[in-house]
Ligand binder design. Sequence first.
Ligand SMILES: [Zn+2]
Length: 352
Amino acid sequence: MLDKLKEIEKTALESLASVRDQSALDNWRVGNLGRSSALMSVFSELGKLSKEERPVVGQAANRVKIALESALAQRAEAVRAAALAKSLEEEQLDVTLPGRAIQHGRLHPSTQQLRHVLTILAEMGFQVYSSREVETDEMNFQLLNFPPHHPAREMQDSFYVQAGERGDNPILLRTHTSPGQIRAMREFASAQPQHPPPIRIALPGMCFRYEQITARSEIQFNQVEGLVVGEEITFADLKGTLSDFARRMFGQTVRTRFRASYFPFTEPSAEMDVECFVCGGRGCPVCKLSGWLEILGCGMVHPVVLQNGGYNPRRYSGYAFGMGPERQLMLRYRIDDIRYFWGNDLRFLEQF
Ligand SMILES: [Zn+2]
């Protein structure tokens, strides 16, 4: 039995010397230390030996097992070192290989559309004014003529920020870009409080509402808002500017129409529709057979809002309008689910 053990050890060590890679190492371990190896069968036959032989053979078998295991560990280390040396040797820079193609990123479709809108407005003399996304209730609602508990707040369920006891003026994520109107007017007016300068700005950015997320509503979306304030600004300026905007956006022959609407911060208020660019006004599923698509809300700035911005409503007037880039994209490309925009699915994003 002891001779057999010596033989097992000798054969195993000899075959280990020729092992050169990881898979051969694995095979060697299974063959020489695995359950059905010759060495393990010695252990299972110990019971058949006499009382005197058993401890002697047992000890010898253990010694062989330990010797093989430590030889395996050494060999494994040597194989790893050899593999590293080999890869360093072989994987030098090969300048004859073709280069890896650079994956070009691109702007998110909403950003593309936002910039498209801003480009048109810039051509028409609007200056971009960036305003904050975290607002006070006062800026987001009260100064825009939504007093606390006003029913119009129902349309704009909000995400509030925990910020201690603030009574009627909690902190929230802006529900529309309109608080930027107050901030801009106050900033412009502070330059010359006695004679505030005229304003023509575009307010772009992300807005947040506490909505149930469905194919038609998301908790975040972009808005672009326009604000014009000056002396003798009339509803005719609003109609002319927005009709021209629609032509620049949807084509020179597009027709527009205005419908009366309601917003607390404009009076009078309107919605502007453009002739359906999918069916040319004949009626289709996109325009729900009406021939018209609603693309923005607008109106003359409410005197209270002008006053809150530091512009005397007896002397100044203005108009404002707001639109959604995602809605425009959905109409234009017939995207039927708004959740695609923030779903981070490349299959969607790479189409733009
Ligand atoms: Zn249509």
